[in-house]
Design a protein around this ligand. Sequence first.
Ligand SMILES: C[S@@+](CC[C@H](N)C(=O)[O-])C[C@H]1O[C@@H](n2cnc3c(N)ncnc32)[C@H](O)[C@@H]1O
Length: 304
Amino acid sequence: MQQQLGYIYDRIETLSPMHSKKLKKNMAFFDDRYLELADTFFNKYTRILQAQNKTLDYSIDCYLQMIADVNSETIEFLRTGKYTSSTFDEVNKRVYARPETMEYYMHGLIMSQFLWRHHYQMFNYFITTLPQYVNVIKHYLEVGVGHGFYLSKVLEVLNPESSITAVDISETSIALAKSFINDSRIDFILKDIFEFDNHKKYDFITLGEVLEHVEDPLKLLLKLNALLSPDGVLFFTTPTNAPAIDHIYLFNNVDEIRLLIKAAGFQIESEMAILSEDVSPEKAEKYKVAVLYGAFIKKSNPTN
Ligand SMILES: C[S@@+](CC[C@H](N)C(=O)[O-])C[C@H]1O[C@@H](n2cnc3c(N)ncnc32)[C@H](O)[C@@H]1O
């Protein structure tokens, strides 16, 4: 195993042996590309941390803080059947408007890209499917760009002349994404997506793990439908049964997400549902184990 990854696994084993056992089980699901991608990522990420006088220990602490949050949210979720927050105002005060919280959360989340099998597998699905659409992408939009990892990889396959817009409601997310990407082609916009208006139509929109952060996910998908060009493609991911400090909208199962896609005037081009634990889909729904759903979707009526 490459140097940084080995260090991360060893340190997590020392700091949190229980969590380490869970992570080690994930490793059986990583494919041949995993080590190569992880190596490239951690080399780049370590350099960014160094430029900010930080080390990987900082990011491991952020990751474990995020896990502690998820664990306490999960206890409440299993007790009540609900996420602890239900309004945008609550999570805005609790998370987006608090740079210190956003900071550890985004560093924790970027680490999870290579520590959680469902995050790694979903990214792989995205980046291996995207090239089939690349030739028609003149205008690219990412909503909720977060740490910027997805966008950093998109830049490697997008035509150099494509315009790129990245929207996020959090100043901390935009700052981290900028440090991670550093590409003058990108127009970073600090805004709530519901307040984002543009005469431009986008040929491709990415929305990674944002739908569960809004009170009305149908309203968000309708908004993105209006921003999409007639033959444009939207890629989105969202989890079912995934308590977190900033999750508002609970999807109980994948069928609820599919119904939403249809209601927002989309049809599915391809989709993927990945279990976060090694259990059957039936057990996952019964015991409320998170499933990460992702899909490439198009307008069902391109004249709209
Ligand atoms: C869980 S992170 C996802 C980051 C990244 N897209 C990924 O897939 O890992 C959610 C991001 O969406 C942003 N976000 C949440 N609600 C938003 C809204 N209404 N408008 C714009 N950005 C929003 C948050 O600030 C955060 O950066």
